[in-house]
Design a binder for this molecule. Structure first.
Ligand code: COA
Length: 176
C-alpha cells in the first residue's frame, strides 16, 4: 500500500486521491475554509505549517509509512475534504483517524457519512477490524457526528497542548 492508494467510493461527482507532503499547498484552501475548526483546535488561523504538521505527525510507535492522507476532490479538482489516518494504531488491525475535514460548502449533504462508510468498508477488505479517534471535548458537533456513525466512548485523554489551546479529549471507537 503506497501513498497514492485510494479506496472505492459511492460519492458521485467526487474523486479520492492519496496525498503526500508535496500536496500540502493544495490543502491550504480547505484549511482556510475550515478556519473555525483550526481555531478551535489551535487557537490561531491556519498557515502552511499547520497543514504540514498534520501530514508529518504520527502517533506513538507509528511512522511516515503508516500515515495515509486521502483528499476528496470535487469535479473542479478542488480539494473539498480530507481524511488523515494512521495504520495499526493503537494496535494491529486498528486504524486511527487523525482528522476528518469537510469544506463547509459541501457539509450537510451526507458527504462525510458516505466517505467514512466507504473508507471503513475498504479497511475491512485490508484486514482491519476497528477504527478509533480522539475528539476534542470542545468539539461537541464533531462528537455528535461520530456518535451518529456508531462510535462509542473508549476513554478520556489529555490534557494535550496544541498551539495556544489545551484540550481534553474523548477517545471513541467502533468495530468495522
Ligand atoms: C463533522 C463533519 C466532518 C461532518 O461533515 P458533513 O459532510 O457535514 O456530515 P454529513 O452530512 O455526512 O452528516 C452525517 C450525519 O451526521 C450529522 N451531523 C453532521 N454534522 C453535524 C453537526 N455539526 N452536529 C450534529 N450532527 C451532525 C448529520 O445530521 C447526519 O446525520 P444523519 O445521518 O442522521 O442524517 C464536518 O462538519 C467537519 O468537517 N467539521 C469540522 C472538522 C471536525 O470537527 N471533524 C471531526 C473531528 S476529527
Amino acid at each position: 500500500m503506497d501513498k497514492t492508494t485510494t479506496f472505492p467510493s459511492a460519492l458521485a461527482g467526487f474523486e479520492i486521491e492519496g496525498l503526500t507532503e508535496a500536496d500540502a499547498p493544495r490543502l491550504m484552501p480547505l484549511y482556510q475554509s475550515c478556519q473555525d475548526y483550526v481555531v478551535l483546535e489551535r487557537g490561531h488561523l491556519p498557515d502552511a505549517t499547520v497543514v504540514l504538521e498534520e501530514i508529518q505527525s504520527f502517533p506513538p510507535g507509528r511512522t511516515e509509512a503508516d500515515k495515509f492522507v486521502f483528499g476528496l476532490k470535487s469535479a473542479t479538482g478542488d480539494i473539498v475534504g480530507m481524511l488523515a489516518c494512521d495504520r495499526d494504531y493503537p494496535k494491529e488491525k486498528s486504524w486511527w483517524i487523525a482528522l476528518l475535514l469537510i469544506d463547509p460548502a459541501v457539509r450537510g449533504q451526507g458527504v462525510a457519512k458516505t466517505l467514512c462508510g466507504d473508507f471503513f468498508g475498504w479497511l475491512k477488505t485490508q484486514g482491519a477490524d476497528c477504527v478509533e479517534l480522539a475528539v476534542f471535548a470542545e468539539n461537541e458537533a464533531g462528537l455528535r457526528f461520530w456518535e451518529g456513525q456508531g462510535f462509542t466512548s473508549v476513554r478520556t485523554a489529555g490534557p494535550v497542548r496544541i498551539g495556544t489551546k489545551q484540550h481534553s479529549m474523548q477517545v471513541l471507537g467502533r468495530s468495522i
